[in-house]
Design a protein around this ligand. Structure first.
Ligand code: SF4
Length: 361
């Protein structure tokens, strides 16, 4: 049996699924790309994926964590440098250029995906960015911050500012609720209070109190959450904190497009298969593990996931492939917009790939 193809944003409900396994294992291949839209950017005509996201690559400082699997330290074979290593130097120049980029993108249907390194590591940069976004209220259909929580933990101004600007959610990374286990994986700088369990719990509570929903992101790995029992323990903690959504991600498939380094070796040694967990949750007999119910499956251009409900918590299990991402990026249609610290807009995380142009003037 083969899987039917997915259209963008299509959510296939559980009631229409006879055999979930046909959607498992690399089923981003079932994604049917939508017709691209045309746009002139920096004087050249480009094709863009509808629903494309824009990322102001957040590296006002080096990251204050050092996750063993950090994707920002992965070096693609065709890249000459890493975005992560060129921090944003001149804020006035940077924000003038970003303002020009926002003006040129006006009218497109785009989402804001605030990620890169840690956007909250330097609150002055983040608050200035939020003010600029506020000046372009119609630009982003959806706004999401991806964070390790460090700045939210120590600076009480950030959560209210996110709420004021209308962020849809914060996706907070936490590999494990046991602080010691989490630290072995995320390796926060020792001065970061968020590494402590109570500080993290208070950060989640405060952010939600301010009106910004928190979704927790747990990267499955052999040092941390690696079994269904671990997943359930994690969900019990999340539920106790009042979190309504949690995603468990397998480390992205790397294929042969990256140089071997400390991170690729750790990923190879510690990968936990999300497919195996899916099979345990819901096998071919269609009977879900007690307490769990499948809600549906979905797929994007480089990821696929299954969504479940366990009590009040919506739980997503996700697999993805940086190889599929790279192939889509090379297809001639821009899949992603990344504004780098060099004030250049690119269609890729790699700063010298899919270069659209500089917004210096
Ligand atoms: S928090 Fe994000 S950017 Fe920082 S080390 Fe971890 S994965 Fe990398």
């Amino acid at each position: 049996m083969t899987a039917e193809r997915f259209s963008p944003n299509q959510f296939r409900h559980a009631a229409t699924i006879d055999a979930p396994r046909v959607y498992r294992d690399g089923q981003w291949r079932t994604f049917e790309p939508p017709a691209p839209v045309e746009r002139t950017l920096r004087g050249r005509r480009w094709l863009l994926r509808p629903g494309i996201t824009f990322t102001p690559y957040a590296n006002p400082t080096r990251c204050n964590a050092h996750c063993a699997f950090c994707s920002e330290e992965l070096q693609r074979l065709d890249a000459t440098r890493l975005s992560a290593h060129t921090v944003i130097a001149d804020y006035d120049r940077y924000f003038s250029a970003l303002d020009r980029a926002f003006a040129e993108l006006a009218g497109l249907s785009i989402g804001l995906s605030l990620s890169g390194l840690e956007a909250t590591s330097e609150p002055e940069w983040l608050l200035r960015l939020l003010s600029l976004i506020e000046q372009h209220p119609a630009l982003f259909a959806e706004k999401v911050l991806y964070s390790n929580g460090s700045g939210l933990c120590v600076d009480a101004r950030i959560a209210p500012a996110l709420a004021r600007v209308g962020f849809d959610r914060v996706e907070l990374s936490r590999a494990h609720f046991d602080a010691k286990t989490n630290h072995k994986i995320m390796r926060f700088d020792l001065a970061q209070p968020v590494r402590r369990a109570e500080a993290f719990a208070e950060t989640v509570a405060r952010t939600q109190r301010e009106g910004v929903p928190v979704k927790l992101v747990c990267i499955l790995n052999a040092q941390g959450v690696r079994s269904i029992d671990d997943v359930e323990r994690y969900l019990d903690h999340a539920q106790a904190l009042g979190v309504a959504r949690v995603v468990f991600r397998e480390l992205s498939a790397l294929g042969a497009i990256y140089r071997e380094n400390r991170e690729t070796r750790w990923i190879d040694a510690n990968r936990v298969s999300v497919r195996a967990l899916m099979d345990e949750l819901l096998g071919d007999d269609g009977v879900a593990r007690p307490g769990w119910a499948l809600e549906g499956v979905t797929s994007g251009y480089y990821y696929y996931n299954e969504r479940y409900r366990r009590g009040p918590v919506e739980v997503t299990l996700e697999g993805s492939s940086y190889v599929a991402h790279h192939e889509a990026v090379e297809s001639g249609v821009l899949q992603k917009l990344v504004f780098h610290s060099t004030r250049e807009l690119c269609g890729d995380w790699v700063p010298d790939a899919q270069r659209i142009g500089s917004y210096d003037e």
